[in-house]
Design a protein around this ligand. Structure first.
Ligand code: PEP
Ligand code: MG
Length: 550
C-alpha cells in the first residue's frame, strides 16, 4: 500500500479504481503563412465556434451545479471576446504572418503566463482559464476531438490539473473523486468539485502514471490517497463511506423542518456567507436565511473599491434569492487581518485593536454611505437586517444609525424603494457585553461574534498559532459573556443570535438553548447536522443555564 498526501477540498471519501487523464498537448510549430487574411478568417471562425461552445458548457454546468458555479463559462466567453487578447492574436497573424494556431498558442500562453506570475492567488488561478480557452480554440483549429476524459467505468480521476471545461465535461455519475498534482483551492475546478459534492485532493505532488487502473481510497477527511489499500483498511473505509452516505440521506430528510427540540423550544439555524457565490450552499443545506453576510469579502475580492451599483447587485441577488428568509448584512469589517491596498490604511502596532470595522466607516463617511445606500436599496427585494461590527460604545451605534437615516432620506429623494429592515450590532467586544443594556435600547437584535469576543476577552490573538495551548474555546468568561448578552437583549425585547464559530460547536448547542439563544448562524455544512441535534434534545425540566456551571 502506498500513501500520498494532498490538500483536501471536501470532507468525503471516494473508493475505486484510478484513471489517469492526460490533457492533450499541442505541438504547434512556428509556421509562416503566405495568406494572412485567410488565417485571420480561420481564427475568427474558430473563435466564434469556441464562444458558442462556452454557452453550451454554461447550460450544462447550470443544470448540474447551478447558475452560480456555471458563471465561469460566461467568464470564459468574456475572455474570448476580450479585444486586447484578440488584437494580440490578430497582430501575430497579420504582422508576423504566422499560422492561426501559432498565433493563438503564443498569445493565449503569454496572457496565461502573465496571470500565473501575479501575486493574488485568485488572479493566478485565472491562468488555467486562459489555457483552457486557448486549448478550445486550438481544438477547433486543428480539428481535434477533446476526447473522453473518463471512460465508461466509475473511477477516481487523476490528472496533473483539470481546467474548468474538463471538469464540467466529466460525467458525475461515473466519478468517485478527483486528484490533481497542481491546482489551488481558489481555482474554479476546486469550486466546481466542491459544488458537485465530490471528494477531491489537489496539490498531490506524488501523482504517478503507474497508479493507472489500481485500486485506491481517496480520504478527504485526512487529505490523502491510499493506493492498493490493505484489505483491513479497505473494509473500514468502506464502512465509513457507507456511513457518510447514510448520513447524507438522513440529513436530507430534515429539509423543510425546523430546529425545534422535543419539548418545543425553537432556535433559528441560519448560514454565514461571504457573498452571492455561497448562495448555492445556503440553499443546498436548507438554511433558514443568512445570519452573517461578511460583506467585506466583496471588498477583498475587488481590485478597487466596489461601486454602489456593484454592491447593490450582489446584495440584491442574495436578499432576493432567499426572500422571505432574513438576510443579516454586516457592514464592512475591514482592517486588522482583512486589508485592501486601495483603502491606504496605515500600518499599525496593534491592528486588531486599531482602525478597523465601524471605526473606519464612521471616519470615512462617504465610503460608509456608499455601502449603506447599496444595502438599503437591496432591502426592497426581501427581508434584511443591517448589522454594525466591532461596537464598543452607544454613541457609535447612534452615529451609524444617523448616517443610515441620512442615506434613507437621500434615496427617498432620488425615488429609490427601501424595504423594511432590522438594525443590529455584533457583540464581539467585552465593552459591548458590559453595556449591552444600553446598546439593546438602540437596536432590533444582537449577534454575538464569539471569534472576536474570545480574542478580546481572553487577550488571545486569533491569528497567532503559538497561542493554541492557551486558547480555551469554552472559556467560562466567554460563556458567561454570552449569557449576559442574551439576558440583556431579552430584557429589552430583542432577539440574540451567535454568528461566531462557537455557534456550530455541537458540544455547546444544549448550553445555548438553555441560555435562551434565539439564533445560530453557522457554516452552511453545519446547518442540517445542528438541526438534527436540536431535534434530538429534550430540555423539559432542564434548568436555565447558570454562570456557576462553568
Ligand atoms: C466573530 O468575530 O465572531 C465574527 C463572526 O466575525 P469575524 O470572524 O468575521 O470577525
Ligand atoms: Mg468579528
Amino acid at each position: 500500500m502506498k500513501i500520498a498526501a494532498g490538500k483536501s477540498i471536501l470532507d468525503r471519501i471516494g473508493i475505486g479504481k484510478i484513471r489517469i487523464y492526460k490533457a492533450p498537448s499541442y505541438e504547434i510549430s512556428d509556421r509562416t503563412v503566405k495568406d494572412p487574411e485567410a488565417e485571420l478568417k480561420r481564427f475568427d471562425a474558430a473563435l466564434q465556434k469556441a464562444i458558442g461552445q462556452q454557452d453550451i458548457l454554461y447550460e450544462k454546468a447550470k443544470a448540474e451545479v447551478g447558475e452560480e458555479n456555471a458563471e465561469i463559462f460566461e467568464a470564459h466567453r468574456m475572455m474570448l471576446e476580450d479585444e486586447d487578447l484578440q488584437g494580440v492574436t490578430r497582430e501575430i497573424i497579420r504582422e508576423k504572418k504566422k499560422s492561426a494556431e501559432f498565433a493563438v498558442k503564443t498569445a493565449f500562453d503569454t496572457y496565461a503566463q502573465f496571470f500565473a506570475e501575479l501575486e493574488d492567488p485568485y488572479m493566478q488561478a485565472r491562468s488555467v482559464d486562459l489555457i483552457d480557452i486557448g486549448n478550445t480554440v486550438l481544438d477547433i483549429l486543428t480539428g481535434s476531438d477533446p476526447g473522453s476524459i473518463q471512460g465508461t467505468e466509475p473511477c477516481i480521476l487523476v490528472a496533473d490539473d483539470l481546467t474548468p471545461s474538463e471538469t464540467v465535461r466529466l460525467d458525475k455519475s461515473l466519478l468517485l473523486g478527483i486528484i490533481t498534482r497542481e491546482g489551488s483551492a481558489n481555482s474554479h475546478t476546486a469550486i466546481l468539485a466542491r459544488s458537485m459534492n465530490l471528494p477531491a485532493l489537489i496539490q498531490c505532488r506524488d501523482v504517478d502514471d503507474s497508479w493507472d487502473g489500481r485500486m485506491a481510497i481517496l480520504d478527504g477527511y485526512n487529505g490523502c490517497v491510499y493506493i492498493d489499500p490493505d484489505p483491513d483498511l479497505l473494509e473500514s473505509m468502506k464502512k465509513k463511506y457507507d456511513a457518510v452516505l447514510k448520513e447524507d440521506e438522513l440529513l436530507q430528510e430534515l429539509r423543510g423542518r425546523t430546529g425545534t427540540t422535543i419539548d418545543g423550544r425553537r432556535i433559528i439555524i441560519a448560514a454565514n456567507i461571504g457573498g452571492p457565490s455561497d448562495l448555492g450552499s445556503v440553499l443546498a443545506n436548507d438554511a433558514e436565511g443568512v445570519g452573517l453576510f461578511r460583506s467585506e469579502f466583496l471588498y477583498l475580492n475587488s481590485k478597487g473599491e466596489p461601486t454602489e451599483e456593484q454592491q447593490f447587485a450582489a446584495y440584491r441577488r442574495v436578499v432576493e434569492t432567499l426572500a422571505p428568509a432574513l438576510v443579516i448584512m454586516r457592514t464592512c469589517d475591514l482592517g486588522a487581518d482583512k486589508t485592501v491596498d486601495y483603502l491606504n490604511l496605515e500600518e499599525e502596532e496593534n491592528p486588531a485593536l486599531g482602525f478597523r470595522a465601524i471605526r473606519i466607516c464612521l471616519t470615512r463617511k462617504d465610503f460608509f454611505k456608499k455601502q449603506l445606500r447599496a444595502m438599503l436599496r437591496a432591502s426592497a427585494y426581501g427581508s434584511m437586517g443591517i448589522m454594525f461590527p466591532m461596537i464598543t460604545s452607544r454613541w457609535e451605534v447612534i452615529e451609524a444609525k444617523k448616517i443610515l437615516e441620512e442615506c434613507k432620506e437621500e434615496l427617498r429623494r432620488e425615488g429609490h424603494r427601501i424595504g423594511n429592515f432590522q438594525t443590529g450590532i455584533m457583540v464581539e467586544t467585552p465593552a459591548a457585553v458590559f453595556v449591552a443594556d444600553d446598546l439593546a435600547e438602540e437596536v432590533d437584535f444582537f449577534s454575538i461574534g464569539t471569534n472576536d469576543l474570545l480574542q478580546y476577552t481572553c487577550a488571545i490573538d486569533r491569528q497567532n498559532e503559538k497561542l493554541e495551548r492557551f486558547t480555551d474555546m469554552h472559556h467560562p468568561a466567554v460563556l458567561r459573556a454570552i449569557k449576559m448578552t442574551v439576558d440583556a437583549g431579552h430584557r429589552h425585547g430583542i432577539w440574540v443570535g451567535i454568528c461566531g464559530e462557537l455557534g456550530a460547536d455541537p458540544a455547546l448547542t444544549e448550553t445555548f438553548l438553555r441560555m435562551g439563544v434565539d439564533e445560530l448562524s453557522v457554516n452552511a455544512g453545519s446547518v442540517l447536522p445542528l438541526r438534527r441535534l436540536v431535534r434530538s434534545l429534550d430540555l423539559s425540566g432542564a434548568p436555565e443555564w447558570s454562570p456557576e456551571e462553568v
